[in-house]
Design a binder for this molecule. Structure first.
Ligand code: KE4
Length: 425
């Protein structure tokens, strides 16, 4: 039994499923996970000493690659000053000023410790600010595990959501409407019927938790317009896309101004950080200024702030997004040439350094279309790639990430592995 197997056996005895987050259990690829011993740059080393080219990037934070020197140096310096005080620190101000500078729609920001906390708080703030109750989300968009957003679509297009987790009472989801992504008519109907009661529409502007797909045509602008017309808030969940697709997220690329933005991942540099921000008039409804309560013992933790700020500064000190785009384009070109060679016209989506290969030749524009993928082929592909030392997402409903630490040679090796994997399919 190898080290990972021994560790997994121990883990399952004391941690539900042996993991601290479900996707890590490899359930979507019918196998057992390996355990990571260390990581540096584009590579992770498992408990058995095997080195892998990593495209998980800890699900987004590792945009510079793993254990980047600037981040390690900042963390080492920060821990020598102490770990947590529960009292304001200078670096929290530095981080807030950085986010306000980078994210066009954010005038004020509140730090939290996870993306889930960010979306949960943003929803509460939207309801407190508008005095309204209803929330609209989209099928296939994931916003963390907050009760009111763990909601599947209702039986009919406009029926309120069914919980999509045990332990979430119907009472927690019957104020959430879950609509098909990219479906303007569903939005029109929802606002026509409930417009004055809708507090907010929340979405991933580039959904990346059902694989990666994109808003069609002017869908984002359409949402901005109809929410403004009805006095509902538009919330962009950029926990994944923020500081990833550009230094200002999707909203900067599309030049669109949501009312609130949820952030996380990259701004933590690998440590537990989330944030939500937006117009000062809305954010000032938060305690201690306003009536909407929100709090957190480790919010703005100075060590986590040091990691996140060092990561952001490093990103800004180089033309990071051009480099990420170039690496992403190399991977895309290579994979598409393999697909052509094996006559597999599968759908490959990419936004800069985020990518997803859907094992379907159909267009993918929402969860239902993403679910057409051939899971048998996906699983075989995943294990073939892993056997060749390339770690792709262990689920067809996740997004892959390239970092600045990936070299052109790493990408070439990956393309060779993709070629070999398709030859085996
Ligand atoms: P966390 O609570 O996991 O920090 O963030 C929740 C969240 C919110 N919004 C978006 C758009 C997200 O992608 C996430 C978390 N993403 C997943 C990856 N699919 C985290 C991985 C996991 O659950 O272990």
């Amino acid at each position: 039994m190898n080290q990972s197997a021994k560790l997994f056996s121990r883990a399952r005895a004391v941690i539900p499923g042996g993991v601290n987050s479900p996707v890590r259990a490899f359930k979507n690829v019918d196998g057992d996970p390996f355990f990571v011993q260390s990581a540096k740059g584009a590579y992770i080393t498992d408990a058995d000493g095997r080195q892998l080219i990593d495209y998980i990037g800890t699900w987004g934070p590792a945009i510079l690659g793993h254990a980047p020197t600037p981040v390690l140096n900042a963390v080492h310096a920060a821990v020598d000053r102490g770990l947590s005080y529960g009292t304001p620190t200078p670096i929290e101000v530095d981080m807030a000023e950085m986010i306000v500078k980078l994210v066009p729609s954010v005038e004020k920001v509140r730090m939290v410790s996870s993306g889930t906390e960010a979306t949960m708080s943003a929803i509460r703030l939207a309801r407190g600010y508008t005095g309204r109750k209803l929330i609209i989300k989209f099928i296939g968009c994931y916003h963390g595990h907050v009760d009111s957003l763990l909601v599947a679509a209702g039986s009919g297009a406009l029926t309120f959501g069914e919980p999509d987790s045990a332990g979430v009472p119907r009472e927690m989801t019957n104020l959430t409407l879950t609509l098909p992504f990219n479906d303007k008519s569903a939005i029109d109907q929802a606002f026509a019927r409930h417009g004055d009661d809708i507090a907010a529409v929340i979405l991933e502007p580039f959904p990346a938790n059902a694989g990666l797909y994109f808003p069609k045509d002017d869908f984002l602008y359409y949402l901005r317009d109809i929410t403004k017309r009805y006095g509902a808030l538009l919330i962009f969940d950029e926990v994944m896309t923020g500081f990833r697709v550009s230094e200002g997220g999707v909203q900067k690329v599309f030049n669109i101004t949501p009312d609130l933005t949820c952030m996380g991942k990259v701004i933590g540099g690998g440590l537990p950080v989330g944030a939500f921000g937006g117009k000062a008039e809305i954010m000032d409804y938060l305690s201690p200024l306003g009536p909407v309560y929100q709090a957190g013992t480790l919010s703005g933790n100075p060590v986590a702030m040091a990691a996140g700020l060092a990561q952001l500064n490093e990103l800004l000190s180089q033309n990071a997004y051009e480099k990420l785009e170039s690496l992403g384009a190399q991977l895309e070109d290579g994979i598409k040439s393999v697909l052509k060679k094996f006559n597999k016209p599968y759908t490959f989506h990419r936004a800069g350094s985020m990518f997803c290969l859907f094992f379907t030749d159909k267009e993918v524009y929402d969860l239902a279309s993403a679910q057409q993928a051939n899971l048998t082929e996906f699983k075989a592909f995943f294990w073939n790639m892993l056997a060749q030392g390339v770690y792709f997402a262990p689920s067809p409903y996740e997004t892959g990430f390239i970092s600045l630490a990936h070299s052109s040679t790493d990408i070439e090796k990956t393309i060779q592995a993709v070629h070999h994997s398709f030859a085996q399919l």
